[in-house]
Design a protein around this ligand. Structure first.
Ligand SMILES: [Zn+2]
Ligand SMILES: [Zn+2]
Length: 334
């Protein structure tokens, strides 16, 4: 039996090819992929600036599909189980991590074989919303790292999908959230996700006035938590600058850039500067979150392409127009 897959064959080249359908060994399940949502990582791989992901590769790690007719989401990350991160229970940061669609063939394929432990039933969700569970789990991990509570004033830098999902996850904990983005429309979108206030960042963010406003909003201390979800080196420096003394900065945005950080702010403020990667065991919680906020998540999807036009979807994410939300590729025959 043959199946179709979109194969990234080189820098910015995608070919839709027929391949032999995979066999499902003991302990594994065969997933009929329904749809895949794309993110910035996919665009970097496609454009050839993600060294650990080498073509030819079937991309796609935000995957919704069906096992025996039931809707599932695929956890694309596999940890080695042996390294330090794995031994201390943080396999989400495994140094030998394999992510489907990044280090191994992923979801832009009609059929996908995954270990039984790598699929989670998603009853009640639409397939499109199910495809957003993976990025949701990443946003929830960043919020988990922040340890925010109902007493927390949090600033989220970046109102892309991860930023707005983190905003909603913070608001679900009762935290007060201020969202910041360079693009007015994106900042405004964070309101629907529970931000009390939104700021549009200029190149010198936070300028004097914004800093005063943000400090006043927190009652004078500055934000207790700042989540960096832009991947911009300047934003990480701004986060450290803005955060309250004894506060927490969580860096979830990724880039190949180098940030210049203040050597005094970290010790003087006794900051907790934390990274956040993947999602650990948060898929079940992310599925519950998605069920709670299904309409909100569905509204994040702005573009849809069939598998045959996966290349156009990747190009769109790469170019990152201001109004762009999530781009979905429908993989299934339906
Ligand atoms: Zn992603
Ligand atoms: Zn490991």
């Amino acid at each position: 039996m043959l199946m179709r897959a979109a194969v990234t064959t080189g820098c910015r080249d995608v070919e839709v090819a027929s391949r032999a359908a995979p066999e499902s060994p003991e302990g594994h399940v065969l997933v009929s992929v329904d749809c895949v949502s794309l993110c910035g990582t996919d665009a970097h791989i496609w454009a050839g600036d993600y060294p650990s992901a080498a073509p030819p590769l079937v991309q796609g790690h935000e995957i919704a599909g069906r096992v025996d007719g039931a809707l599932v989401v695929v956890d694309p990350a596999r940890a080695c189980g042996r390294c330090h991160a794995c031994r201390v229970g943080r396999g989400n940061a495994c140094r030998r991590m394999t992510v489907l669609g990044v280090h191994a063939d992923g979801g832009l394929s009609e059929l996908l074989v995954v270990p039984g432990s790598g699929v989670h039933r998603a009853p009640g969700l639409t397939a499109e919303v199910a495809a957003l569970v993976e990025p949701t789990s990443i946003a929830m991990r960043a919020v988990e790292r922040s340890a925010a509570s109902s007493a927390t004033y949090a600033v989220v830098l970046g109102a892309g999908p991860i930023g707005v999902l983190a905003t909603r996850a913070l608001a679900d904990r009762g935290a007060h959230v201020l969202a910041v983005d360079r693009v007015r429309e994106r900042a405004a979108r964070a309101r629907a996700f529970g931000a009390e206030l939104v700021h549009v960042a200029g190149p010198d963010f936070p300028g004097r006035e914004q800093r005063v406003e943000i400090e006043e909003w927190t009652g004078g201390d500055g934000p207790h938590v700042v989540i960096e979800a832009t991947g911009s080196p300047g934003a990480l420096a701004a986060a450290i600058d803005l955060v309250a003394a004894a506060g927490t900065v969580v860096a979830v945005g990724i880039s190949t850039g180098q940030a210049r950080l203040s050597m005094s702010a970290l010790p003087y403020k006794e900051l907790d500067l934390l990274g956040s990667r993947n999602s650990g065991g948060l898929f079940p919680a992310a599925i519950e979150f998605a069920a709670r906020h299904q309409a909100l998540l569905a509204g994040l999807v702005t573009h849809r392409f069939p598998l045959a036009r996966a290349r156009e979807g990747l190009a769109l994410v790469h170019d990152g127009a201001p109004g762009l939300g999530k781009v979905l590729i429908s993989v299934g025959a339906s």
